[in-house]
Design a binder for this molecule. Structure first.
Ligand SMILES: Nc1ncnc2c1ncn2[C@@H]1O[C@H](COP(=O)(O)OP(=O)(O)OP(=O)(O)O)[C@@H](O)[C@H]1O
Ligand SMILES: [Mg+2]
Length: 484
């Protein structure tokens, strides 16, 4: 008995063979047309030896050639292959080779990863593989849309990322996009390692017209910009072990906040004294000493109260929704605390209570908090420090590399699937964020010179209520005058 291996026919190869057949039919048509023309031409010439005969012969040949060519082209166009072949422009050599490799290996890789549906015939196995659409180049490599076969859910396809990676010999990430498609990214370079330099970043932010609803502070591993939306998630908690890049993240956020189309006024709480030093000239308040910290907190709270009075007078419920009123008050205020543990040690329970109160009331009146901490321990947010409600009111969470998985959970929340303790030390400034899934991102690193450039172009426009002024003339001041 002779065992014959069955021929494997994928829907791609079937389409390709259809295309080849169409071309063959077309070419036969062209050849036939030419033969008829050559046969008919001399006959016509012989029958009527005049110039008209030649013309008729040549026209007949051209007509038949055109007919043959057109039918071939139409047939070829009707048979599109599994992997879309639209031209992709402006690619560098790596992107070109990645796209070529993807097109060549996709049918085999999809089959090996178990994404295909097979039908067995006596002489052959017909294999249907998912189609690839919208192949595009992206900063990390190539992205494409995988159209799932009937009966195969996008989640199942996403679960095959590792097997696809080994079959395509490129790191692959899959995310379900719609009920029938998955977004696939193939990486050949990591945008985390090639993030823009501080100078480039600052130049880009100077050009952009970003707002409070999208303050860019990093780039994720897909090459997408990561931005903080303070209108939806008004206060941010940044945590990570020493040297993880918290101050670098704060610098990136401050750059975005100060270069926004409605710039934020800065209140800098810097108990370590040196972290926010380069920003001092752009800030409306800087506090480093215990006394300064208490005064800055009181002033921020009083400014907040004055804003609420203003809102009451003007019947405004939310300044963020009424930017003209927010602008009249000088714009949003961003209070940055670089090192919460140190702040609580110096400012005590009173400081913690003030922070909690700002986190509760700040959003509607355009006062936002960014709090960085080295020790994201659950005990930090307790009654004894006046911060028991603080963590719950910091909805935007950014976890840079943490010492333990527990620390990561304290920052990102216990339901988060991401673990910031796995961030490699070779990537300072890399972070995970709440709502960002497992996608790693990284902040740019701004040097003091980059910050100086930003500070020089953006002086502070907000005025906080000054306690000393108040002490001098307590009865003559009105809420709306305090908040300029
Ligand atoms: N995006 C980045 N790219 C390259 N290097 C970075 C980046 N972010 C941070 N670094 C490096 O990591 C070092 C520490 O960063 P940073 O001062 O922001 O850490 P930190 O978390 O604030 O530390 P600490 O808690 O001790 O204040 C920086 O001096 C810089 O060399
Ligand atoms: Mg720091």
């Amino acid at each position: 008995m002779i065992h014959r291996t069955k021929r494997i026919v994928t829907n791609d190869s079937r389409r390709q063979s259809k295309t080849a057949r169409a071309i063959a039919v077309g070419m036969t048509g062209v050849a036939f047309a030419s033969l008829v023309g050559f046969w008919l031409g001399p006959k016509l010439v012989a029958s009527s030896i005049n110039i008209q005969g030649w013309w008729i012969a040549i026209s007949a040949v051209l007509l038949l050639v055109a007919f043959g060519g057109a039918s071939a082209a139409m047939l070829a166009v009707r048979c599109s292959p599994t992997v879309e072949r639209s031209p992709v422009k402006h690619l560098d050599v790596h992107q070109r080779s990645a796209i070529r490799r993807l097109r060549r290996r996709w049918p085999g890789a999809a089959r090996r990863a178990g994404l295909s549906i097979e039908k067995s015939f006596p002489d052959r196995v017909e294999v249907a593989v998912p189609r690839l659409m919208n192949i595009e180049s992206t900063p990390p490599g190539v992205s494409a849309e995988v159209v799932c076969l009937p009966g195969i859910a996008p989640d199942e396809v996403c679960g095959k990322a590792k097997r696809l990676s080994s079959a395509l010999r490129m790191p692959v990430r899959l995310e379900s996009k719609s009920p029938h498609t998955c977004a696939m990214t193939l990486f050949f370079r990591s945008p985390l390692e090639n993030i823009a330099s501080g100078t480039e970043w600052v130049t880009r932010l100077f050009e952009g017209a970003h707002t409070l609803s999208g303050l860019p502070y990093g780039q994720d591993e897909y090459g997408r910009l990561v931005a903080a939306d303070f209108t939806i998630l008004p206060h941010m908690l940044l945590g990570g072990r020493t040297g993880a890049g918290k101050s670098a993240a704060v610098n990136a956020l401050l750059t975005a906040a100060i270069t926004a189309s409605m710039p934020c006024g800065l209140v800098l709480i810097d108990p370590k004294r040196v972290e926010l030093r380069p920003w001092r000239r752009a800030a409306c308040r800087v506090a480093t000493e215990p006394d300064d910290l208490a005064i800055a907190m009181s002033e921020a709270q009083m400014t907040m109260r004055a804003r609420y009075e203003f809102m009451e007078r003007h019947e405004v419920r939310n300044l963020i929704e009424q930017p003209e009123h927010l602008e009249a008050l000088g714009g949003p205020i961003l209070i940055v605390v670089d090192e919460l543990t140190e702040f609580l040690t110096l400012a005590g329970k009173q400081g913690g209570t003030a922070l909690s109160s700002i986190a509760q009331l700040g959003r509607a009146c355009g006062v936002f908090l960014v709090i960085a901490t080295q020790n994201p321990r659950a005990e930090l947010f307790s009654k004894s420090t006046g911060t028991e409600t603080l963590r719950a009111n910091l909805p935007s969470r950014v976890a840079l590399a943490t010492a333990t998985a527990d620390d990561s959970r304290v920052i990102l929340g216990s339901g988060s699937e991401a673990d910031a303790s796995t961030i490699p030390p070779s990537l300072p400034g890399a972070f995970l964020r709440s709502g960002g899934g497992r996608a790693l991102a990284r902040v740019p690193y701004l040097s003091d010179r980059d910050i100086e450039k930003v500070v020089a172009a953006h002086p502070c426009q907000v005025t906080l209520i000054d306690l000393q002024d108040l002490a001098a003339a307590p009865k003559t001041q009105e809420g709306n005058e305090h908040v300029s």
